[in-house]
Design a protein around this ligand. Structure first.
Ligand SMILES: [Zn+2]
Length: 302
């Protein structure tokens, strides 16, 4: 990470030069497509308001996709020029759309602090390989190829509770080099000449392993908890512990109990249940719909 020059001025003053252009996103996006990474535009913190596609913005500026990125990415340099020269947009990589040598797929390990993943590697008796790395505001993104025969998603697998960060290998995106973080930090390539290497097998084994209930529960208890945590302990454990194929039914049952509590004026556990459902691997839209229908069933307002 490097702070943008003149970090005291307004973001737009720092980044938009005398020619009226902000070249960092364009350069980053061009570098990405020239290296085979599908690119799309996200919001840029220097634009007056968020240009994300969402209905309501949660305020984390510079990170929200400005297009439906699973379809609207490009590898075309001309299109990149059009998109990133026209206004302030951060470049991002459509991870699931990316295909590497011999049909490999892209895996990005997002460390929330410098050295987070190196610590995990050391705990496994391994040395973290040098690979393509993008320095972010808080840590770094490490890029790898992995065989398409593996079905990786965005889950931490057996690294849950062990790794401070995220995994992006499925239908997901990462903010790319040349992007500006709301803090004023620029996303930058650690070394523009270094391509991704093949992901180490111990890492792939760990990611492909379902986390144990104990690990899931531990990481859940250790994390900061949404409203309703105290009351929700038992219900949350029930959802976290769901074997595949039962998660939605269990969530529905737990949400009915939470709705009863809410109706009776006790603390509402629905935020805690939603978080637990996501941690158990349920899709957010599906989980929200299940909770809503449980609340409707019990005559409570979700
Ligand atoms: Zn937004």
């Amino acid at each position: 990470m490097k702070n943008a020059p003149g970090a005291t001025g307004a973001l737009s003053d720092q980044l938009v030069g005398r020619s009226g252009t902000n070249v960092a996103p364009l350069h980053g996006a061009l570098w990405l497509v020239r290296h085979g990474f599908p690119v799309f535009p996200c919001d840029h913190p220097a634009s007056p308001r968020c240009t994300g596609l969402h209905k309501t913005c949660d305020g984390s500026r510079g990170k929200h996709p400005a297009v439906a990125f699973t379809r609207a990415w490009t590898l075309d340099e001309r299109k990149v020029h059009e998109t990133f020269a026209r206004g302030l947009r951060n470049p991002a990589v459509a991870v699931g759309a990316c295909s590497g040598p011999n049909g490999t797929r892209l895996l990005v390990i997002d460390s929330d602090r410098p050295g987070a993943i190196e610590d995990v590697a050391a705990a496994h008796g391994e040395t973290w390989p040098t690979t393509m790395r993008v320095l972010t505001a808080k840590g770094h993104h490490d890029y790898f190829w992995y065989p398409s025969t593996l079905q990786l998603g965005n889950g931490l697998g057996a690294l849950q509770g062990e790794f401070d960060g995220d995994v992006r290998a499925g239908n997901a995106y990462v903010i790319g080099p040349g992007a500006l973080h709301a803090s004023g930090a620029l996303y930058e390539l650690a070394d523009a000449e270094r391509p991704p290497v093949l992901a180490p097998s111990w890492l792939l084994d760990a990611l492909a392993t379902q986390p144990t209930f104990t690990a899931r529960r531990k990481s859940w208890w250790d994390a900061s908890h949404p409203k309703g945590y105290d009351r929700a302990r038992g219900l949350v454990a029930f959802v976290l512990d769901s074997p595949r194929g039962t998660r939605n039914n269990r969530l529905f049952w737990a949400a009915c109990r939470a709705a009863e509590d809410a109706r009776n004026g006790r603390q509402d556990a629905q935020d805690a249940l939603l978080q637990a459902a996501l941690d158990a691997g349920l899709d957010e839209r599906e989980a929200r719909a299940t909770i809503r229908s449980a609340y409707n069933r019990m005559g409570a307002t979700a």
